[in-house]
Ligand binder design. Structure first.
Ligand code: CA
Length: 229
């Protein structure tokens, strides 16, 4: 579970991150609207905590832009603005929930649980591509051709989930670093992405699937079905 915090008050952003960390959520902070929007558009987050008054692009416009781009990540608006009208505007713009500052920590955590639970309910289905099926609950990868299965590690799971969800697109190594490590990925070398692609290829081969992670020269990876394999 990875959460994006878009908040221009540094102490508050840090405090939220600390609360999340203590409750086993990984999070990234962006402190202006432009970076916040760009981060959210990567679609690697499971939830976004969004301030409204932000430098460069305000929260409502970020929200509209996300929904226009079919990014359905749940968004909790966190703001000092708390008139009924503000709340209605926020919800109409595509927010899933609204919390006025100053907020109660337990209330924030309860809302995060509620929204991510709702998301889990919607997306608890197995992801499938060609002859493989990925179980989102236990990270088991099954090959229908051979009946063999194997459990994926957390990062291998995230990687395959990402490739299957974007199966017609070439996924760059940069996107893989983003997806697997978030902001920590900024300091990582591309070979970290390559290592996990290689782990995942080995597991796909092990279960005897026709699926191949094809390397696209100078750009990244894409899923492919190889019937000669
Ligand atoms: Ca603000």
């Amino acid at each position: 579970m990875r959460i994006l915090i878009v908040e221009d008050e540094y102490p508050l952003a840090d405090a939220i991150q600390e609360i999340l960390k203590r409750n086993n959520y990984t999070s990234d902070i962006e402190t202006d609207g432009e970076n916040g929007l760009n981060a959210a558009l990567t679609n690697i987050y499971d939830l976004i905590i969004l301030d409204l008054m932000l430098p460069k692009i305000d929260g409502l416009n970020i929200l509209k832009e996300l929904r226009t781009n079919n990014i359905t990540t749940p968004v909790i608006i966190l703001t000092a603005k708390s008139t009924t009208e503000d709340i209605i505007t926020g919800l109409d713009s595509g927010a899933d929930d609204y919390l006025a500052k100053p907020f109660n920590t337990n209330e924030l955590l309860a809302r995060i649980r509620a929204l991510t639970r709702r998301k889990d309910k919607i997306i608890v289905y197995n992801l499938a591509y060609a002859d493989i099926e990925l179980n989102k609950n236990n990270r088991n990868l099954l090959c229908h051709t051979t009946g063999k299965s194997i459990k994926l590690g957390e990062k291998e799971f995230l990687l395959l989930e990402y490739l299957i969800s974007n199966q017609k697109l070439v996924i760059t190594k940069e996107q893989i670093l983003d997806k697997l490590w978030g902001n920590e990925g900024l300091n990582l070398e591309y070979n970290n992405a390559e290592v996990y692609v290689s782990f995942l290829r080995k597991k796909i081969n092990f279960i005897g699937s026709h699926v191949k992670i094809k390397a696209v020269r100078n750009s990244g990876y894409i899923l492919e079905v190889d019937h000669d394999k």
